[in-house]
Write a protein that binds this ligand. Structure first.
Ligand SMILES: C[C@](O)(CO)[C@H](O)COP(=O)(O)OP(=O)(O)OC[C@H]1O[C@@H](n2ccc(N)nc2=O)[C@H](O)[C@@H]1O
Ligand SMILES: Nc1ncnc2c1ncn2[C@@H]1O[C@H](COP(=O)(O)OP(=O)(O)OP(=O)(O)O)[C@@H](O)[C@H]1O
Length: 289
């Protein structure tokens, strides 16, 4: 038996460069692991079957679950006879822009590599992960990364100066595929200065990072769900250093230098906004096991 934690992510920047021939969009984004995490328990099964159970009733337990697909892929690739039962203690909101499914898939790849003693390198696990979804390779690596290509090509950046993260998840769900389909570059008013944010990270300049956060997918999701804009404004009004929609949305994150401030902002949001509110913090690569 093995237990493993899968961290959620936020996008500090997200730029879409162009639509590719394969239908995906070429992106450039700075991704950050956060401490909000699902916990997965993996138990080997001699029967050879893969099964899934979770704390969320509406999550599918078959091939539609990314964790199931990850187990099936690594089992087939490495010709493993054993099966596995996967229990997912779900803490990350679903369809929220926080890579909940992707991080479960990453945890299954990392966990089964250990449980089944397969000896795959991190790079090999990333390659398998990219077959499951664009965010999966980042979820395998964590920390602070520049992601390019369709999101699967990673370059380590200097870890963000540790800070607190307030998350506000409105009750709507957003489909990532739909958001990319609707994306039109002419509707984007401000694009991220990715190089500038990377320079701020390198200098340990959290204020510079906060000033630079920017996500072009807001141009699609906010017009349909204006509560995202209201949450962003409320975060700033109560003293967040920055606020932004994560990924394709709808979750909004805010950054705060200290825990007291983060909890103050969270309390204000809880009393004023219809959203699930969490306080968490950034996780650097060096802090991971
Ligand atoms: C929005 C982000 O979460 C930001 O980190 C990612 O770009 C999306 O990553 P993901 O959920 O792992 O996405 P995937 O499962 O690979 O793709 C879901 C759908 O989103 C669209 N998609 C995704 C990534 C990308 N670079 N271009 C796209 O157009 C594709 O239509 C795809 O069918
Ligand atoms: N293990 C899983 N956890 C959460 N969702 C899953 C899982 N497996 C499959 N799904 C499905 O994937 C869809 C997207 O959920 P997920 O939580 O991964 O979205 P997301 O946070 O927006 O992802 P991303 O930020 O990578 O685009 C949901 O409709 C859900 O039913």
């Amino acid at each position: 038996m093995l237990t493993i934690k899968g961290n959620a992510k936020i996008n500090l920047t997200l730029d879409v460069l162009y639509k590719r021939e394969d239908g995906f969009h070429q992106v450039e984004m700075i991704m950050q692991a956060i401490d909000l995490a699902d916990e997965l328990r993996l138990e080997e099964r001699a029967t050879g079957n893969i099964s899934i159970a979770s704390t969320i009733a509406r999550l599918p337990c078959d091939q539609r679950n990314l964790a199931y697909r990850a187990a099936a892929l690594i089992k087939e690739t490495c010709q493993v006879k054993s099966g596995v039962h996967i229990f997912i203690d779900k803490k990350i909101p679903v369809a929220a822009g926080l890579a909940g499914g992707s991080t479960d898939a990453a945890s299954v790849l990392l966990g089964l590599n250990r449980l089944w003693k397969l000896g795959l390198t991190t790079h090999e696990l990333e390659q398998l992960g990219s077959k499951l979804g664009s965010d999966v390779p980042f979820c395998i690596k964590g920390g602070t990364m520049l992601a390019t290509g369709r999101g699967e090509i990673l370059q380590s950046l200097v870890d963000i100066k540790p800070c607190f993260v307030i998350l506000a998840k409105p009750s709507v769900s957003v489909s990532t595929a739909w958001v990319y389909r609707q994306y039109k570059s002419q509707n984007v008013k401000v694009r991220p200065n990715t190089a500038g944010v990377i320079a701020s990270l390198g200098q340990g300049d959290l204020v510079g990072v906060a000033k630079g956060v920017c996500n072009v997918l807001e141009s699609v999701t906010i017009p349909v769900h204006p509560e995202i804009k209201r949450l962003k404004q409320a975060m700033m009004q109560h003293g967040a250093m920055a606020s932004l929609m994560s990924g394709s949305g709808p979750t909004v994150f805010g950054l705060a230098e200290d825990q007291t401030k983060a909890e103050y902002i969270a309390e204000k949001l809880k009393s004023q906004c219809a959203a699930d509110i969490f306080v968490t913090k950034t996780v650097g690569r060096s802090e991971e096991v």
